[in-house]
Design a protein around this ligand. Structure first.
Ligand code: ZN
Length: 338
């Protein structure tokens, strides 16, 4: 069946240790599909797990890849809606490999479709953004209830900050992104965002932001105390702060509680889309695909590097540096984009 080349998988086996292992390729069970992985994005949380092992909370060895697209090479006997040859986006930890076996049935508490068919027009390199885009839609619309025309300030211009900015722009409100790094700021502008080159640790909100009036919603795309404090200073009275970026495990942050009390500010948490029950979370995936398909979101400027699977350690070294944005693993392609 799939004996074209050995089935390799890159597994996290210890702190800052990724190992390439060969695994036997099993036939899919009745409710499983087997895909040949075409591309898998490196997520910031993968890098965090690689560096910290989440303080011993991870079960090792682990395949961290969860932003992947693959071509179906075999389907189980009870699978009727997915056929061999289709490209699908997979969700679940299996993407750093030549092949991924995807179980279609959900086991609570997960609430996401595990495999979603892609239209031909969405390229492999665009498709790896489906999962992160779904998270952004969930955060902004399901959690923060972003309304038409609202003014949004996004703190942090990494990949997620840029995706959040682009998704927020869909409502027609002013969206400003703050990012101190010049290269990241340039990529964000190329993607179609208004960017101010500012460090969020500054005492007062940047002047460009003040000129537009205090934002209705401030999105902290990075989990730092400085970004939370900056959000509190910037947000309008009665506004919302969306805590999107995760903090290190066990973090405790302080805030002047009367700021929340007297200024009626809401602080909203958000997590991976699949962690929330409800049809809205299921809808985020097809919505993300549609945004890419209809070219309403341009993710291309965000991809900075593509590595082959065997170079995954190198890929993680690049992904943790500020000189990169989205790093993609393609099992058999290695190149650096300009
Ligand atoms: Zn992710």
């Amino acid at each position: 069946m799939c004996s074209r080349r050995p089935a390799r998988a890159a597994l996290l086996t210890g702190k800052e240790r990724l190992e390439l292992v060969e695994q036997p390729l099993s036939e899919p069970g009745p409710r499983e599909v087997l895909v040949e992985v075409l591309a898998c994005g490196v997520c910031a949380t993968d890098v965090r797990k690689f560096l910290t092992l989440d303080n011993g909370m991870l079960e090792l060895p682990m395949n961290l890849g969860h932003e992947y697209v693959g071509r179906v090479v075999a389907v189980g006997s009870s699978v009727d809606h997915i056929v061999v040859g289709e490209r699908i986006v997979g969700d679940g930890y299996a993407g750093y490999a030549d092949y991924a076996l995807i179980p279609l049935d959900l086991k609570p508490p997960l609430h996401v479709p595990r495999a979603i068919t892609l239209p031909d027009e969405v390229t492999d390199e665009e498709a790896i953004y489906v999962e992160p885009l779904a998270d952004c839609l969930h955060a902004l619309y399901s959690r923060a209830h972003l309304m038409p025309g609202e003014h949004v300030f996004v703190i942090g211009g990494g990949v997620m900050g840029q995706l959040l900015g682009l998704c927020a722009q869909l409502t027609g409100g002013e969206v400003i992104l703050a990012e101190p790094n010049e290269a990241r700021g340039k990529a964000a502008r190329n993607a179609g965002l208004s960017v101010i080159q500012a460090c969020v640790a500054e005492t007062n909100p940047p002047a460009e932001l003040s000129a537009l009036g205090p934002p209705d919603l401030v999105v902290c795309s990075i989990g730092t105390e400085a970004s939370l404090q900056a959000a509190l200073k910037a947000v309008r009275n009665g506004g919302r702060i969306l805590v999107f970026g995760g903090f290190p495990k066990g973090s405790v942050q302080t805030a002047a509680i009367n700021e929340l009390h007297y200024r009626e500010i809401s602080v909203i948490g958000t997590h991976w889309v699949g962690a929330s029950a409800g049809t809205y979370s299921l809808n985020c995936y097809p919505a993300a695909i549609r945004l890419l398909h209809k070219k309403l979101i341009n993710v291309r400027p965000m991809t900075s590097h593509v590595f082959e699977l065997r170079d995954i350690t190198k890929a993680f070294a690049v992904a943790r540096s500020l000189s990169s944005l989205k790093v993609i693993i393609k099992p058999n392609v290695s190149r650096r984009l300009a």
